[in-house]
Write a protein that binds this ligand. Structure first.
Ligand SMILES: Cc1cc2nc3c(=O)[nH]c(=O)nc-3n(C[C@H](O)[C@H](O)[C@H](O)COP(=O)(O)O)c2cc1C
Length: 316
């Protein structure tokens, strides 16, 4: 029942009526009413907060002082694959266990919570079904109205995908850094001079060319070309880059000191998640030894040809 107060506010009443018409003295209907406005407001606030917690993507878990689950939001259902009814009242350790990253004593968490009231960090979480995830954990001590410790509020953000991507990136970086072939990355913004501009070279590139990374980053790979660099090979590269196609050519380059060498150059566009090409990556292999052997073979064949044709040998 709702009544309007004299001050204009609506108040909620819980009322019950008793028929006392037959009563010799009262002879009427007795209505008992209690103002429950505060309780209803509080219920509404709690429902609103619960809805809010259910909406958020992060996992929210409330535990009592004995680590029994008291609240379990939709994020927790999704992450741990355990329904609210199955989770409530269970000890947390039956649902998942965690290990702090980097490995530290569990006391770190409890010490931080008792001294500062909260702990935040990364942890490896092992779920009862065997899955393992990496999460950012934030644990806060909860207190009741009297200020007495009543349990923990934990918020977990699943970082597994980000962690895996970072690990993969680190691995790929290690592969590129330690590769024996030269690796060059340029931006794809401008292909005309002064572009494409180099934004990454590995150690093998520096060994091959004699340039340090600091000297070459920001410049164009054309700096490596010279008199004997094939014009046709350059045109082939140019066309492929314009069309965002991979290309492979063999051509002569020059080191910082002017030493010519042959490279097999493979360039590929690097599309981003939307498919836009922002970078090119090149892998370059020094094939000077193979080229020298091929030349020797060609010279040997022409000498044999001359001998078999019984013609006088040319003078070298
Ligand atoms: C990632 C990347 C790496 C390259 N590395 C070399 C290289 O090591 N040596 C070279 O002669 N050209 C290299 N090029 C090609 C030149 O930068 C340039 O694109 C090519 O000469 C065609 O342009 P042009 O017709 O203006 O000369 C590379 C290009 C890209 C995109």
């Amino acid at each position: 029942m709702r009544l309007r107060h004299r001050n204009g506010e609506w108040r909620h009443l819980e009322a019950s009526s008793t028929d006392m018409l037959e009563h010799p003295v009262i002879a009427g209907i007795v209505v008992n009413a209690r103002d429950v406005t505060e309780r209803i407001e509080q219920d509404r606030r709690l429902r609103f907060q619960a809805d809010l917690l259910a909406q958020i993507n992060d996992t929210v878990v409330v535990l009592d002082a004995e680590y029994r689950v008291r609240y379990w939001n939709d994020g927790a259902v999704r992450l741990f694959g355990v329904n609210v009814d199955d989770a409530l009242g269970r000890y947390l350790g039956e649902i998942y266990t965690y290990r702090i990253l980097p490995p530290e004593d569990d006391a770190t968490v409890t010490d931080a919570i008792s001294s500062q009231g909260f702990w935040r960090g990364e942890a490896e979480i092992t779920i009862a079904d065997g899955r393992m995830i990496v999460g950012e954990l934030s644990v806060r001590a909860m207190r009741d109205e009297e200020g007495i410790f009543s349990g923990y509020l934990g918020v977990i953000r699943d970082n597994t995908a980000r962690r895996r991507a970072e690990d993969r990136l680190r691995l790929m970086e290690a592969v590129v850094v330690h590769a024996t072939d030269a690796v060059v990355v340029t931006d794809a913004g401008q292909l005309d001079v002064p572009g494409p501009r180099i934004c990454y070279v590995n150690a093998a590139f520096c060994r091959l060319t004699g340039y340090s990374a600091d000297e070459i980053i920001g410049r164009s790979p054309r700096i490596l070309q010279g008199a004997d660099t094939s014009v046709e090979a350059r045109a082939t590269i140019r066309q492929a880059l314009n069309e965002h196609q991979p290309v492979q050519v063999e051509l002569v380059n020059y080191s910082r000191e002017g030493r010519p060498y042959w490279i097999e150059l493979s360039i590929a566009p690097v599309p981003d998640a939307q498919g836009a090409v922002c970078y090119f990556i090149a892998i370059e292999r020094d094939i000077s030894a193979r080229k020298a052997a091929e030349r020797l073979e060609r010279d040997r064949s022409s000498i044999l040809e001359l001998i078999s044709a019984d013609r006088p040998l040319p003078r070298f």
